[in-house]
Design a protein around this ligand. Structure first.
Ligand SMILES: [Mn+2]
Length: 323
C-alpha cells in the first residue's frame, strides 16, 4: 500500500474542478465544509457526486468546530458545542469519511500575514515573524494556562472519543502552529513531541485519537522533536493518521512557507522515512500559495506542489524497490 495523496478542498467544487482533480490522479479530499452544509442530505449528495470522479473524503473538517473557542477555552456553552461536534463526527461516519480534523488553537494558526515573499519568488505565501506576533494583544478575554488547556482537552476527549468509536471515525489532531508555548495569551497544547505522547495517553485504550503530523510545524522549530524518530514511533504505534508535507525557509523566529524544493529541509529524505516506516495513510501539501483567480485560484495553486509530491513519492518508491 502506498501513501494516499489527498488534496485540501472545500464543499461544492464544480464538475470541472473535480475532473481536474481526477486528472491529477488524486482520489482523496481533505474537505472543509461550513455548518450550513454539514448535514446528512447535503453531504451524502456531495459524497455521491465525488464518487463519480473516483474521489472520496479522507478527512472531513468544519472550521467552526475544528478550532472551537468555546470547547477549547471551556466556556459555559461548551457542552452544546461538543454535542454539535459529536453530531459532525457521526455525519463523517455516515458518509464514510475516516477522519475528522481537530486543532487545539481557538484563534487559528498564527501568521504575520500572507504576502509576496522572496522565498516564493514573489508568490503570495504565509510567513511568521514572532517579534510581530508576540507584540500583539491577547486574543481572548484573558490569559489561559497550560493546565486549563489540558483539562479542557481531556474533557472533550471523554465526550468525543466514544462517539468516534461508535462512528468508526478518528480524530486527526494537528499541532499548534507555530509551535511555541503560548499564542495570543492561550497556552498551546501540542508544540513538542512529548505533548502528542501525553494527548495519546489521555485517549487510553481508544485508537480514535491520531496524529495529524504537520511536518511544517516540526521544521518551524527543530526543538519540536526528532522528526525522523517521531515518524518511526508514531507509525510503529499505529498513531499516525495524516501528514501535512510542508517545507519552510528557516526556523523560528522567522519563516516563510515554501515549496518542498525551496525550503531548508531535505523533503526527499523526510518522505523516504515515511515510506520506509510503512506509512500508508493520507498526505497532502499543506497551504498552497495564494494562487491566481484566472488560473484556478486555490485549487490551481495546489496542483503543482501536489504533482511535485506525487513525483517525489514515486521516486522514493522506485528507489526502495516498491514500484
Ligand atoms: Mn499543517
Amino acid at each position: 500500500m502506498s501513501i494516499k495523496i489527498e488534496l485540501p478542498a472545500r464543499y461544492g467544487h464544480t464538475d470541472d474542478e473535480l475532473a481536474f482533480i481526477r486528472e491529477m490522479g488524486v482520489h482523496y479530499l481533505n474537505l472543509n465544509v461550513m455548518p450550513d452544509h454539514a448535514n446528512y442530505e447535503d453531504m451524502a449528495a456531495e459524497a455521491e457526486r465525488l464518487a463519480k470522479y473516483d474521489i472520496r473524503i479522507s478527512d472531513l473538517a468544519c472550521p467552526p468546530w475544528q478550532k472551537n473557542a468555546d470547547i477549547i477555552l471551556g466556556r459555559p456553552n461548551r457542552d452544546e458545542e461538543i454535542e454539535k461536534f459529536n453530531g459532525f463526527i457521526r455525519l463523517a461516519g455516515q458518509i464514510g469519511a475516516p477522519l475528522v480534523s481537530v486543532a487545539w488553537q481557538p484563534n487559528g494558526i498564527f501568521r504575520t500575514g500572507r504576502a509576496p515573499c522572496s522565498c516564493a519568488r514573489g508568490g503570495t505565501t504565509f510567513y511568521a515573524d514572532m517579534a510581530e506576533i508576540e507584540a500583539r494583544p491577547i486574543s481572548n478575554d484573558r490569559v489561559y494556562t497550560e493546565e486549563e488547556m489540558w483539562a479542557n482537552f481531556s474533557y472533550f476527549l471523554e465526550k468525543a472519543l466514544p462517539v468516534c468509536e461508535q462512528a468508526g471515525v478518528k480524530l486527526a489532531l494537528h499541532p499548534n502552529d507555530p509551535p511555541v508555548a503560548s499564542l495570543g495569551g492561550v497556552a498551546s497544547l501540542i508544540w513538542r513531541t512529548e505533548h502528542y505522547r501525553r494527548a495519546l495517553a489521555l485517549a487510553g485504550d481508544s485508537k480514535a485519537l491520531g496524529v495529524k503530523m504537520c511536518v511544517g510545524c516540526w521544521l518551524e522549530d527543530p526543538a519540536f522533536g526528532d522528526l525522523m524518530a517521531d515518524i518511526e514511533e508514531f507509525q510503529r504505534k499505529g498513531q499516525l493518521v495524516e501528514v501535512h508535507f510542508r517545507n519552510v525557509s528557516g526556523t523560528l523566529p522567522y519563516f516563510e512557507e515554501t515549496l518542498s524544493e525551496d525550503g531548508y529541509a531535505n523533503m526527499y529524505q523526510i518522505l523516504t522515512q515515511f515510506v520506509r516506516c510503512g506509512f500508508d495513510g493520507f498526505m497532502s501539501v499543506d497551504h498552497g500559495f495564494g494562487g491566481y483567480p484566472a488560473i484556478g485560484g486555490q485549487l490551481g495553486a495546489l496542483a503543482y506542489p501536489t504533482g511535485h509530491l506525487k513525483g517525489m513519492l514515486h521516486a522514493v518508491e522506485y528507489q526502495l524497490g516498491l514500484r
